[in-house]
Design a binder for this molecule. Structure first.
Ligand SMILES: CC(C)(COP(=O)(O)OP(=O)(O)OC[C@H]1O[C@@H](n2cnc3c(N)ncnc32)[C@H](O)[C@@H]1OP(=O)(O)O)[C@@H](O)C(=O)NCCC(=O)NCCS
Length: 170
């Protein structure tokens, strides 16, 4: 038996257990306790449980990122015609700064491409430097400002409007 044939039959390198890779899967109503536990910590003005229930009922694109059986993040996207609006993207406080936000956003972009979306829009607080840095790395660009869009402890806060143009082969 030649060496090359021998190599061809060699067992492939075992794959890492599936759990080693965060799983992007549709959100279900049964995930909402875990989602709300994250949401209520990472935002000063969190969504209510009803906001998520409504998003699920409206058949928005609601997904979670699950790792080692734990929900570590989630995203909510609405789509209409060939545009999408990213309404929520969050990573649990304890899991931040490990690349999961970028991974979640990459999944959202792949999902949007699958849905033939041409542009993703979103709003972000001017003070949210972490999210703004993440979006800048993912080719979102600033296209406007919504004055006083967000509630804030003292005065209202402006939103930066961002757009990501997705090129895909027709
Ligand atoms: C924004 C958020 C989703 C980022 O998630 P994350 O898992 O911490 O992000 P990642 O580890 O994937 O980091 C990706 C990039 O984001 C930026 N970033 C993330 N956290 C940051 C921080 N605290 N300060 C500055 N930049 C930050 C960096 O550019 C980083 O790239 P780098 O690691 O090469 O420096 C997370 O901070 C979060 O859930 N925040 C609360 C909810 C929120 O504000 N969502 C956005 C609403 S518009």
């Amino acid at each position: 038996m030649s060496a090359s044939l021998n190599n061809a039959r060699a067992p492939s390198v075992p794959k890492a257990p599936a759990e080693d890779t965060p799983r992007f899967r549709p959100m279900a109503e049964g995930d909402l306790d875990a989602v709300m536990a994250i949401e209520s910590v990472v935002y000063t003005h969190p969504w209510t449980r009803g906001n998520f229930v409504d998003s699920l009922a409206a058949q928005s694109q609601c997904y979670v990122l699950e790792w080692h059986g734990v929900i570590v993040g989630y995203a909510v996207l609405t789509t209409g015609a060939d545009e999408a609006h990213l309404l929520n993207i969050s990573v649990a406080a304890a899991w931040q700064r490990r690349g999961l936000g970028r991974e979640l956003l990459d999944h959202v972009i792949v999902l949007a491409r699958t849905l033939k979306v041409q542009k993703i829009f979103l709003e972000v607080r001017t003070s949210n430097s972490a999210a703004r840095a993440l979006y800048a790395q993912s080719r979102f660009r600033e296209i406007g400002v919504r004055r006083g869009y967000y509630p804030a402890p003292t005065a209202r806060e402006d939103a930066i409007v961002l757009e990501c143009v997705l090129g895909y082969a027709a």
